[in-house]
Design a protein around this ligand. Structure first.
Ligand code: HMH
Length: 210
């Protein structure tokens, strides 16, 4: 049986907003096949920029794991995440090419840029990945009518291995939260909520094309 940690408690407490981030209309439209291709393209281009910002953030979390963690395995978990980002950037470039998007012309929209400010703690590192994992895993569940050309996108974050990785990050976060002060706990819960809110805004960016 899975032990319930602080992060699970908070996700339950903020269930509605969590569902708002993981069951956003953009994700629902991918699941039911009604997605507008212009929306998908906007998402792809903006997320490419987000992932570029995420790379140095991941590196900073790796440094913290090395300096501060009481468990050696933590560094390997985060290193795995860091290592996969090179492939992810290449995937974005190839995918953009497929859809005729010129990435060199893309500029970050305000909801994207605002999100960069949250790239600072292990809590946000886990939450950012977890929202994508849960969102896209939903798209590849039985009975979804996902367009074939979007299958690969959904599998990238919805696959089981990525799910396990997110679970490992969550376990690390829970363990660290057990030792946190009240002040740190407050901050971590606030950061989690902020991620959920920014994810909603991030999805919203792509819905303006409808
Ligand atoms: C906006 N959230 C956003 N982009 C991503 N690529 C992820 C989460 C997952 O890494």
């Amino acid at each position: 049986e899975k032990k319930i940690g602080m992060s699970e408690t908070w996700l339950r407490k903020h269930r509605l907003i969590y569902d708002g981030a993981t069951r956003h209309p953009l994700i629902i439209s991918i699941c039911d096949g009604t997605i507008i291709i212009a929306s998908f393209k906007t998402w792809l281009a903006q997320d490419y920029l987000f992932v570029r910002a995420f790379v140095p953030f991941a590196a900073s979390v790796l440094i913290k794991a090395w300096k501060e963690s009481d468990c050696r395995g933590d560094m390997e978990v985060i290193l795995g995440g860091v290592a996969s980002l090179e492939d992810e950037i290449s995937w974005f470039k190839a995918e953009a090419n497929k859809w005729g998007i010129s990435l060199s012309d893309v500029v970050p929209q305000p909801p994207n840029k605002n999100y960069y400010r949250l790239l600072e703690s292990l809590m946000t590192f886990w939450a950012i990945e977890a929202v994508y994992q849960e969102s896209f895993a939903h798209c590849i569940e039985e009975g979804s009518k996902i367009p074939p050309e979007l299958k690969e996108t959904c599998a990238r974050w919805g696959n089981e291995a990525f799910g396990k990785y997110c679970q490992s990050l969550q376990n690390i976060a829970n363990r660290r939260l057990q030792k946190a002060s009240d002040e740190e706990l407050k901050k971590a819960e606030f950061m989690l909520l902020s991620v959920l809110e920014h994810e909603v805004e991030f999805w919203n960016m792509s819905c303006g094309n409808k």
